[in-house]
Write a protein that binds this ligand. Structure first.
Ligand code: SF4
Length: 85
């Protein structure tokens, strides 16, 4: 990823956090809640979320959203047309 595209990360509240909190090997509800609490006080949450959605980041917490929440945001239920019969 080009540095100019993620330069805002330098101002991220997660900069001083344990990376495992945002990219755990085995996510748990507690870990996700703790990561989201960091994101909630982040000054670049909008940039981070927009980047993750635009780039299709498939791992980790970005912009206060889990991978599943980002997938649902990109592809809301009912987006797919039924297959022709
Ligand atoms: S929104 Fe969350 S993941 Fe993104 S830079 Fe801020 S703290 Fe880090």
């Amino acid at each position: 990823m080009p540095l100019e595209e993620i330069g805002w990360l330098r101002r991220g509240a997660c900069r001083s956090s344990d990376p495992d909190l945002f990219f755990p090997l085995a996510p748990t509800p507690l870990q996700e809640a703790r990561a989201k609490a960091v994101c909630a006080r982040c000054q670049v949450i909008e940039e981070c979320r927009a980047y993750a959605l635009r780039s299709g980041e498939s791992e980790g917490i970005w912009g206060g959203l889990t991978p599943e929440e980002r997938r649902r945001s990109r592809f809301p239920s009912g987006w797919r047309r039924p297959a022709a019969s």
